[in-house]
Ligand binder design. Structure first.
Ligand code: UDP
Ligand code: MG
Length: 338
């Protein structure tokens, strides 16, 4: 059902440089969770900003089980701005919402942008320029984190330090989900079958020619961030477990270290007994060391359990998300997905 105005996937018309189609379509992926107060205006302004940049534009808005009327708001403006609404059956989390968006996107290039106005529209044009020049993925890097609490900044820093040690692929710090990617990158990400989706890791894992672009993060329009300390900790754990084996290594090291200490202490006791004939008072040390080792063992089992729990979610092979309802007003409707 390709319209004649656009090249089909089989016979791409290319630019003079031979890298990108001369006419191209853009999909904007917009995850939304409890954004009722500004989502309609966001879609209108996003549409106005990107419409001149591509030959055809679709907005894939994902309502991630909002508890407010976000879905109804999106639906209200869907026809006007070429929106495809994916109304998920409950809150599956941002990583799942983005996966749903990627699966729904039909454009030659795909933009991922938050729906709270924190990612500036002004950066999209330069991103598209770089894409046209042959870069496959252009990811936004925030210039400063001054708006964040020092504890969050410290946690983020520690997380990326760990990730850069443990992960086989370098995951750029300060890069978020705000990015533009070529169709091929989106397709590659969709081929990764895992259920525990740490998107920042997946973007890096698939490779391709990537470049960063700086942007100044703006204030959230209204409402509050969904990523509180607990949610961030969970996401960090997903990232660490999915892309590194650092937690297992740490337990192994701790185990080795404690064993050596215990052996030295044992030798010391024998030495004391034999050389000085000291009576060794037992109970306190025994009780303390039993409790200590029980703690260490439970901690280690907990770490293994963290991996096992995730293996379990993988083998259950449940879908990452469920689309409860779909309203497709995209100009690319009817085109084949990836
Ligand atoms: N979001 C989502 N599902 C969630 C949480 C957040 O789709 O479970 C969306 C949210 O609507 C926003 C984006 O993900 O467009 C970023 O969320 P938020 O602004 O809460 O996080 P922060 O900007 O603090 O990273
Ligand atoms: Mg935000």
């Amino acid at each position: 059902m390709n319209s004649p105005a656009f090249p089909s996937a089989a016979t791409p018309a290319t630019t003079a440089s031979g890298i990108r189609p001369s006419r191209f379509t853009l999909s904007c992926i917009v995850p939304a969770y409890n954004e009722v107060s500004h989502i309609a205006r966001f879609i209108a302004e996003l549409h106005a900003a990107v419409r001149p940049l591509a030959d055809e534009v679709e907005i894939i808005a994902i309502n991630d089980g909002s508890r407010d009327a976000t879905a109804a708001e999106i639906e209200r403006v869907a026809g006007q701005y070429g929106v495809c609404l994916l109304d998920l059956s409950r809150n599956f989390g941002k990583e799942a919402a983005l996966t749903a968006g990627l699966e729904g996107a039909r454009g030659d290039c795909v933009l991922i942008i938050d729906s709270d106005f924190q990612h500036p529209f002004g950066t999209i044009g330069p991103m598209i320029e770089r894409w046209k020049a042959g870069v496959d993925m252009i990811y936004g890097v925030r210039t400063d984190r001054d708006d964040e609490h020092w504890a969050k900044r410290a946690g983020t820093k520690a997380f990326y330090a760990l990730m850069s040690r443990g992960s086989a692929v370098p995951i750029p710090p300060d890069a978020g989900d705000f990015r533009l990617m070529d169709r091929r990158v989106a397709d590659a990400i969709l081929q990764l079958p895992e259920r525990n989706r740490f998107m920042k890791g997946l973007y890096a894992w698939v490779g391709f020619r990537s470049e960063s672009i700086e942007f100044e993060v703006r204030e959230r329009e209204s409402g509050v961030s969904s990523f509180n300390f607990k949610a961030l900790r969970r996401l960090a754990m997903t990232g660490l477990v999915a892309f590194t084996d650092l937690p297992l290594k740490a337990v192994r090291m701790a185990g080795a270290f404690i064993s050596v200490l215990a052996a030295l202490y044992g030798l010391w006791i024998v030495f004391e007994r034999v050389c000085w004939g000291e009576a060794i008072p037992g109970f306190a040390t025994v009780a303390a060391s039993i409790m200590f080792f029980a703690g260490v063992q439970m901690f280690s089992i907990g770490i293994i359990g963290e991996y096992l729990g995730r293996v379990y979610t993988e083998v259950k092979r449940r879908p990452t998300y469920i689309v409860g309802r779909r309203v497709d007003c995209s100009p690319l409707a009817g085109r084949p997905h990836h």
